[in-house]
Design a protein around this ligand. Structure first.
Ligand SMILES: *Cc1c(COP(=O)(O)O)cnc(C)c1O
Length: 421
């Protein structure tokens, strides 16, 4: 079928707000997580169905025309809208306290959508230097190719952020906590800086999730998610999302629709069900992570633990203010192992990773299964040595995503390699 090319068919999506749970009634976040956004059909199904359809039928030629010229709202094609995707979008928007969410095929799809929607040639993108490796690759290799100027600053250094703002800065981009060192940005400060300079503040909330932190309430304009991580939480499917105001999301929606960066209905359904248990999963993840961090910090063969849950971490107090879950600092941490007479820093890190018997050696994170990885030779391998150094990714660094196994077993598994260094 042909697609509408010319008009701003924003009204195609007007009905996305109609909601089985009346959000005006001031429900708590966990009620929203379980119930918001469901579109119940005439079949009366209790659980959310999966709408595996690429297109939709009309009652007549005139009805079809009305869907295209905007006099009628409704689905026309699943690259644009799909009921299962919409349910996920509504539920996530409600949890992030945003007006609207736009789902994408992956987290990187959401970040690409952000770039295409809010930046053009000649604009400046100011980003934290602590980012998911592919985000840096996208900015440096592709945004730069299309004439967007990109520069980076230490995410926790407010003065550096302020000094790096240029007249053409259009987007400030950060992750908090960051990958892989779990550094914390002062979102309130960045919001003031952005507002004073007419800049959009975009925060990747992948590591915290709305169970811990709602960046829009702290002053961010757009929240980015890799739903692949905690929103699913079981490492099954890829997906992403943007959340923000109706206006900003409409700009993102048209990019997704035109560029085909759309989420599959099946994946949307997995994420929708994932959101129902997000908060209780995050509580368990964080509780395990706090105990693992204590173990690591006390281990003689660990030189540094990067985790803001530790009371002497420079951002401990800031994290407490920004995260609304008590004792919720996230469950991803970096730690550096000490080199030995026989083992250089990389070999020492590999020794600890290879000595695990239960923990998975994989670059995925935010999974029920604990995962361990060596960023310098995997996720951040493609970066230049300079960019890697700037991101703080040393050869001695190990990244751990603490899962939901018994915490004693996670600690025992890490001890195999650490004790035998
Ligand atoms: C994984 C990840 C992404 C990218 O998400 P994908 O779903 O893998 O495309 C972006 N940001 C952060 C912080 C991530 O961990």
């Amino acid at each position: 079928m042909s697609q509408p090319q010319t008009h701003e068919d924003s009204n195609l999506d007007l009905n996305w707000r109609s909601d089985a749970l009346d959000l005006g009634l001031d429900y708590g976040m966990q009620t929203i997580a379980v119930r918001a956004g469901q579109h119940r059909t005439d079949e009366g199904e209790h659980s959310e169905p999966i709408f595996t359809t690429s297109s939709y039928v009309y009652k007549s030629a005139a009805d079809a025309a009305a869907h295209f010229d905007g006099t009628k709202t409704g689905n026309v094609y699943s690259r644009h809208t799909n009921p299962s995707v919409r349910t996920f979008e509504r539920r996530l928007a409600a949890l992030e306290n945003g007006e609207r969410a736009v789902a994408t095929a992956s987290g990187m799809g959401a970040i690409l959508t952000m770039c295409l929607a809010y930046l053009k040639a000649g604009d400046h993108l100011l980003a934290a230097n602590q980012l998911f490796g592919s985000s840096i690759g996208l900015f440096d290799n592709y945004m730069a190719k299309f004439g967007v100027e990109v520069s980076y600053v230490d995410c926790f250094d407010n003065e550096a952020w302020a000094n790096a703002v240029q007249p053409n800065t259009k987007v400030i981009y950060c992750e908090s906590p960051s990958n892989p060192l779990a550094q914390i940005c002062d979102i309130g400060f960045l919001s003031q800086l952005s507002k004073a300079n007419d800049i959009l503040l975009v925060v990747d909330n992948c590591f915290a999730t709305p169970a811990l932190q709602r960046p829009l309430e702290l002053g961010a304009d757009v929240v980015i998610h890799s739903a692949t991580k905690y929103l699913d939480g079981q490492g099954r499917v890829l997906g992403g999302a943007l959340v923000g105001s109706d206006k900003l999301m409409q700009a993102a929606f048209t990019v997704v629709r035109s560029g085909g960066i759309s989420m599959s209905p099946f994946n949307a359904w997995v994420f929708t069900k994932g959101l129902e248990t997000l908060k209780i999963r995050m509580q368990a993840h964080c509780s395990n992570a706090n105990q693992v961090a204590q173990f690591l910090v006390n281990h003689p063969n660990v030189s540094t633990v990067h985790f803001s849950g530790l009371t002497d971490h420079p951002s401990h107090e800031l994290t407490k203010r920004q995260h609304h879950m008590k004792d919720g600092y996230g469950a991803i941490m970096g730690f550096e192992v000490k080199a030995t007479a026989e083992l250089d820093p990389k070999s020492a890190a590999w020794h600890v990773i290879d000595a695990t018997r239960m923990v998975s050696i994989t670059n995925n994170l935010g999974d029920a299964k604990t995962t361990i990885t060596h960023p310098a030779t995997t996720t951040h391998f493609r970066l230049s040595p300079e960019a890697r150094a700037e991101a703080g990714v040393k050869d001695s660094l190990i990244r751990l995503s603490v899962g939901l196994e018994d915490v004693e077993d996670i600690i025992k598994d890490l001890a195999h390699g650490l004790d035998s260094l």
